[in-house]
Design a protein around this ligand. Structure first.
Ligand SMILES: [Fe+2]
Length: 412
């Protein structure tokens, strides 16, 4: 009888030990996965920051290839060298037995993982500023509307046909902003904000013609284009039938973006100017309307020109309302320091691909994914970041293309 009890005891102890060892392996495996994710986040951070700098596309393309390789190769290396190689932590080994050189690597990966958590929390807890009082959306399926495939032979055209791609499902967003300094006489001013058209031949001319036609039907008072017009110079011919068709009583104003900088930017600038669009890059322009003045300014920093200098800083007269067009949202803090009332930006495309819960991952910004799209308010400056109409990569997952009609209301 005693012998039998002892056997049962030994059996239950070894089962418990086996269970602990099994649990340890699971936990160790989980730690290795978290370290791999943290490592990927470090490379994403690197790629986001390098794409925010004035670096030409061929070099950026190489950095992207290195990044993709490292993101895929590191987990394999980690699991083989740390997890499986005898006596790896997945085979009953101890973390303390690992070489000293793994410690700084693990520390960096842990920091990367924590950084990702911060981004995810920021995405989940993003709140629209109270100054945006209304928001409506209309989803326009351009493909169904026109009954065409709308895919040309441009770069990366194979991406356009991927399942669940939302590239042809455009969101026409209508937002209302209440702005303290907007003169009462301008209450209800309608501003059409277009950004990132990226003419490349991948999406056909008809796609952009249709969007411009819809945008014009909203009868804006003022039209703003915040950069990235052309990725292939032969598409410059499309301007007449697209942006050339837009009209607004208070004018059409533009700046260029980093993709235009990679092309013949001066030729693009001249073509738009010839169609009556007004270039506000690196300068300020006074717009008089209903007895009040608006200062319209533009910046293509860090790719071209310099930040505009306000007339008041040169001893000149200020204006009732200051509007800045900036290709990248990275100029937001500078705009706040200058006292701009409204900033209209694009460039980040909303991240283009958004993961459920996690949100956007890639965004060419020094702030990472913080300002990928939406409305932001800081000090006394409101910024609207458009997700843009297109991109050199015709891929949108959980991140529809966008153009916006912004109604400005006076807070007085
Ligand atoms: Fe862009």
């Amino acid at each position: 009888m005693i012998r039998r009890i002892a056997l049962v005891h030994i059996y239950s102890c070894s089962a418990a030990l086996l269970e602990i060892s099994f649990m340890e392996e699971w936990i160790n495996g989980l730690i290795l996965i978290m370290l791999s994710i943290g490592h990927a986040e470090l490379w994403v951070t690197f790629i986001n920051r390098t794409h925010a700098l004035p670096v030409h596309e061929p070099l950026l393309k190489k950095t992207r290839h290195v990044t993709y390789f490292m993101i895929l190769a590191f987990p394999l290396f980690l699991f083989v060298m740390v997890g499986l190689y005898s006596p790896g932590v997945l085979r009953g080994g101890e973390w303390s037995q690992l070489s000293f050189w793994w410690k700084p690597v693990f520390l960096l990966c842990t920091l990367g993982f924590l950084g990702l958590l911060v981004s995810v929390f920021r995405h989940l807890f993003y709140r629209i500023p109270r100054l945006q009082t209304e928001s409506q959306s209309e989803i326009i399926n351009v493909r169904e509307r026109l009954g065409q495939t709308l895919i040309g032979n441009g770069p990366y055209h194979y991406l356009a046909g991927l399942p669940l791609n939302e590239i042809f499902s455009v969101e026409f967003s209508r937002k209302t902003f209440v702005l303290d300094r907007l003169p009462t006489a301008w209450d209800g001013l309608k501003v059409l904000h277009l950004s990132d058209l990226h003419f490349s031949g991948t999406l056909t001319r008809d796609y952009f013609c249709e969007l411009c036609r819809i945008a014009q039907e909203s009868k804006p008072d003022l039209i703003i284009f915040s950069g990235d017009l052309v990725d292939e110079m032969h598409c410059l011919d499309w301007l007449d039938e697209t942006l050339g068709q837009l009209q607004a009583p208070l004018g059409r104003y533009f700046i260029l973006g980093n993709h235009d900088w990679n092309q013949l930017s001066e030729q693009i600038r001249m073509s738009l100017t010839r169609l009556g669009w007004i270039d506000v890059s690196s300068q300020t322009l006074r717009l008089e309307h209903a007895g009040h003045s608006m200062l319209l300014a533009g910046t293509e920093v860090p790719w071209m020109g310099q930040h505009p200098v306000l007339p008041s800083q040169l001893g000149g007269e200020s204006a009732d309302f200051l509007l800045l067009i900036s290709h990248t949202p990275d100029n937001y803090y500078w705009a706040c320091s200058q006292g701009y009332d409204l900033v209209l930006a694009g460039h980040t495309h909303g991240g283009q691909v958004r993961l459920p819960l996690i949100g956007p991952v890639f965004a060419p910004s020094v702030h990472g994914t913080r300002y990928t799209s939406g409305t932001f308010y800081r000090k006394s400056t409101l910024m609207h970041v458009s997700r843009g109409v297109s991109g050199i990569h015709p891929l949108r997952w959980l991140c529809r293309p966008e153009f916006s009609l912004l109604t400005l209301r006076s807070g007085e």
